[in-house]
Write a protein that binds this ligand. Structure first.
Ligand SMILES: Nc1nc2c(c(=O)[nH]1)N[C@H]1C(S)=C(S)[C@@H](COP(=O)(O)OP(=O)(O)OC[C@H]3O[C@@H](n4cnc5c(=O)[nH]c(N)nc54)[C@H](O)[C@@H]3O)O[C@H]1N2
Ligand SMILES: Nc1nc2c(c(=O)[nH]1)N[C@H]1C(S)=C(S)[C@@H](COP(=O)(O)OP(=O)(O)OC[C@H]3O[C@@H](n4cnc5c(=O)[nH]c(N)nc54)[C@H](O)[C@@H]3O)O[C@H]1N2
Ligand SMILES: [Mo]
Length: 656
């Protein structure tokens, strides 16, 4: 019996990107532990890791290539699968042009070698790509207007804060290492605020909870800004020396009294005043923006008002301060490896409006798609329309692990290795470390790393000589900018390694990246169209602590998605605690299990994202498609729903 312990890094779509030690016995994965040498997660790991061991070893995982024939799947060899894929892609590219192929690379994989997926299509002449984001986009674009670039404080800098505000972020569920850092900041005496319409797991990390109405952060920030200005708490040096547009922002704040802004935000005025006091008088104060709050049409206004509030409070450019949101996970790499210079600019479909955008493609129309590390038929809004758009294609190849909602629409399934079964390098969208991905066990069955799959596929094309290279050669090419800072691949393999150029505290001195070099205040408000379908509840579909997006096996699903509502909201719609109900939007209905939760706002229905349509979940069937007003984000949380009993209710109000 041989036990191996391999240092590696989590590559899940999560800002934590934890250092791990994977334990295998006789080549079979047994456990995943935290790597004590990683300075952020320091030996800990989240609860998803136990489930991930089961996921790697799951009997439901697809272990050999398959071809769909009608409703059933037939096993094929890798040679047959890749011959067919090469034929289909080659034929589409030569007879209709490479844009007749959609290359859909999802968020399930963000490692260094995954740049080569895009490069394959670049050599083919440049396929139709993706624009916009199902995840972020809005905050990024908003922060680019204010600071010039979105730059976050190093997570360890948050330990210098006296006040920490989790604004639309739920790290107790979604970011293990941040929960640890917050625990240490609390020990150092920091006060933690949670600003979230929902009562979430992160209440356990927080001293104070402000519960704005969904999408109302703009009004909360303006209320706090007005109070701060009335008290004369603004940082006059920063305003004079490093900013522009402040007078216009001041006018927005003074357009209404604090009480009126607070009413629009759906919070008591004392909450806004308390928040202003914490940000201005209990400094340094850091705002950690989550991904949740930018899933609204006008989310950029909220983000910009938060930036403005932090700037006037004097928290920009100081240790323990800032507005931090994310990091560039492809930042350490030579981005030219994507290969966009190899062809003319190509069109892209808009992720927040995927189905309409795919169907609108003409000259050439879309004929084929290659989807990897994504489950858009489940995770993109208006998922029935997305399924329709994929069904209209002649050919779809899916690279992944399980027969999920998107795989079911494909013609060819190529089973891929998990990160525990392959070698690579991964950077994070939540910190500044580059981590090694070291193979801890052999791929199960016939699964292969995507690197190997694309290398083999490319061997069937004339550009093979430019594409087929040993893994280490490619890693050295891709990581060149990082290696040039004085590291070797071996250093990274033993890593993690921090990017020595990444700031602990951005904007400490010097100009901002805006055209004028000054921080730019939000100076005007322009609102998108209101959602006014008359349904009483805003549907929040947030991250579950148990699993990541749609990464769950069929067996892991609850029989019905759980819908948490305030008892008053439930009763007024005639549904009962613990009973099934129909959740309805203008797009359709999904059966849910109602759970009364007095901690929630009465205008919110809180559900977990990620459940598969094939398992009876699929809440994105209820959520309309369309992009946010700025940044092409996806405003999932503009969806409004109502609940109706799914079993007849007798006159005494009892379900039968
Ligand atoms: N366990 C687990 N971890 C994950 C994920 C997962 O699904 N499960 N997902 C991963 C991914 S893809 C991402 S992008 C990150 C996301 O990480 P987070 O941003 O922390 O998580 P979310 O659940 O997307 O959203 C956070 C919170 O935003 C709140 N929110 C919604 N609307 C508003 C609003 O208008 N204003 C305010 N102030 N708050 C609002 C929601 O109620 C929610 O609690 O986590 C990653 N990590
Ligand atoms: N209603 C609602 N919908 C949402 C959200 C929401 O808040 N509400 N949040 C959105 C967010 S934040 C995101 S990021 C998107 C996510 O949308 P997607 O990226 O489409 O979905 P995931 O569920 O993350 O699926 C990732 C898949 O990649 C696979 N995978 C992981 N690693 C690898 C690999 O190395 N190779 C291959 N081939 N496959 C791999 C996993 O097994 C999984 O099947 O969904 C969005 N959808
Ligand atoms: Mo995401």
């Amino acid at each position: 019996m041989s036990v191996t312990r391999t240092v590696t890094t989590c590559t899940r779509d999560c800002p934590s990107c934890c250092g791990l030690v994977a334990v295998a016995r006789d080549g079979v994965l047994q456990a995943i532990e935290g790597n004590p040498a990683h300075p952020l997660n320091r030996g800990g790991r989240c609860r998803k890791m136990r489930a991930y061991v089961a996921r790697v070893n799951s009997p439901e995982r697809v272990l050999h290539p398959m071809r769909r024939e009608g409703v059933s799947w037939r096993r094929v060899s890798w040679a047959q699968a890749l011959d067919e894929l090469a034929d289909r892609l080659g034929e589409a590219a030569s007879s209709s042009g490479p844009e007749s192929i959609l290359h859909y690379q999802g968020y399930g994989e963000r490692t260094a070698l995954k740049l080569l997926n895009g490069r394959f299509f670049a050599h083919l002449g440049g396929a139709t790509g993706l624009a916009g984001s199902l995840c972020s986009g809005t905050a990024y674009a908003a922060m680019a207007l204010d600071f010039g670039t979105r730059l976050s404080h190093d997570p360890l800098d948050h330990q210098n804060s006296r006040t920490l505000v989790l604004w639309g972020r739920n790290p107790a569920a979604t970011q293990f290492n941040m929960a640890r850092i917050l625990a240490r900041a609390r020990k150092n005496g920091a006060t933690v605020w949670l600003v979230d319409p929902a009562a979430t797991e992160s209440l356990a990390l927080a001293h104070r909870h402000v519960r704005p109405a969904p999408g109302a952060d703009l009004h909360l920030a303006l209320a706090a800004a007005r109070h701060a200005l009335e008290q004369g708490w603004e940082d006059k040096d920063f305003l004079r020396g490093r900013s522009e547009g402040f007078e216009a922002f001041r006018a927005l704040a003074f357009a209404r009294p604090v009480e009126e802004h607070a009413r629009l935000a759906g919070v008591p005025p004392e909450d806004a005043r308390g928040l202003a006091h914490a940000l201005c008088r209990e400094r340094p104060a850091a705002v950690l923006l989550g991904w949740g709050l930018h899933r609204h049409v006008d989310a950029h206004l909220g983000v910009r008002a938060i930036d403005a509030l932090q700037a006037l409070a004097g928290n920009v450019g100081v240790p323990g301060g800032g507005v931090s949101q994310g990091f560039e996970e492809y930042g350490p790499y030579d981005q030219s490896v994507w290969g966009e210079h190899l062809h003319l600019p190509r069109r892209a479909v808009l992720l927040p409006d995927l189905a309409r955008s795919m169907e609108a493609c003409r000259s050439p129309r879309l004929r084929a798609a290659v989807v990897s590390a994504a489950n858009p038929a489940c995770m993109a809004p208006d998922s029935e329309a997305v399924a329709r758009a994929f069904r209209a294609l002649e050919f779809t190849a899916y690279m992944g692990h399980f027969l999920d909602d998107t795989a079911r629409l494909a013609h060819l399934f190529l089973p891929c290795a998990t990160f525990l079964e392959e070698d690579d390098v991964v950077a994070s969208y939540g910190h500044n470390y580059l981590g090694p991905v070291n193979r801890a066990c052999a791929p199960r069955g016939e699964c292969r790393s995507q690197f190997a799959v694309y290398q083999d596929l490319a061997a069937r094309f004339p550009f093979a000589k430019d594409y087929v290279k040993p893994l280490d050669d490619w890693l050295s090419i891709i990581c060149r900018p990082f290696l040039d800072k004085g590291f070797t691949l071996e250093d990274i393999r033993r890593g993690p390694v921090r990017d020595p150029d990444a700031p602990m505290v951005p904007w400490r001195e010097g100009p901002f990246d805006t055209p004028s070099g000054r921080f730019r205040f939000l100076d005007a408000l322009e609102f998108g169209p209101e959602a006014s379908d008359g349904r009483p509840l805003t549907l929040l579909t947030t991250g579950s602590p148990e699993h990541l997006c749609s990464e769950l096996t069929p067996a892991e699903h609850d029989p019905l998605p759980v819908a948490r509502v305030h008892p008053d909201a439930g009763r007024s719609q005639g549904v009962a605690d613990g009973e099934p109900a129909w959740m309805e939007s203008d797009l359709g209905r999904v059966k849910v299990l109602v759970s009364f939760d007095a901690a929630q706002r009465p205008d919110v229905c809180l559900c977990r994202r990620g459940g598969w349509i094939a398992a009876g979940h699929g809440l994105n069937r209820l959520i309309p498609a369309g992009a946010s007003a700025l940044g092409n984000g996806t405003p999932y949380y503009r969806a409004r729903v109502s609940l109706r009993p799914a079993v007849p209710v007798d006159s005494a109000g009892h379900g039968q």
